[in-house]
Design a protein around this ligand. Structure first.
Ligand SMILES: [Zn+2]
Length: 109
């Protein structure tokens, strides 16, 4: 399943299309598309794999963090993603610049 996602992302880069999400989009859907997760300390990590487990979301970051959060539109993660709050990108995750640019041009309406 990894390859088609990569292709989609590459196509997105070429087009430089602005990405939109509904303001109250399901958190799982947002994380699955953005593939970025801001930790509580303000570090933005890249998501390697993500799965939905009932009311929870489980994912593994590129730096090896195993995270389990509640799939909630009103959670801290939802809010931080909508406001694009983060302090720095994780150096271990090696989040590419284009991905950060795409994230900053993402609109939540
Ligand atoms: Zn990381």
């Amino acid at each position: 399943m990894g390859l088609p996602v990569e292709k989609t992302e590459l196509t997105g880069v070429k087009k430089q299309k602005k990405r939109y999400f509904r303001k109250h989009e399901d958190l799982y859907e947002v994380l699955q598309k953005i593939k970025l997760w801001p930790s509580r300390s303000g570090t933005l990590h890249g998501i390697r794999t993500i799965t939905r487990k009932g009311a929870f979301i489980e994912f593994v970051t590129h730096c090896g963090n195993k995270v389990r959060i509640k799939n909630s539109k009103t959670s801290r993660v939802s809010r931080w993603l909508r406001n694009k709050w983060y302090v720095r990108a994780c150096s271990q995750c090696k989040v590419p610049g284009w991905k950060l640019e795409k994230f900053s041009s993402t609109s939540f309406q």
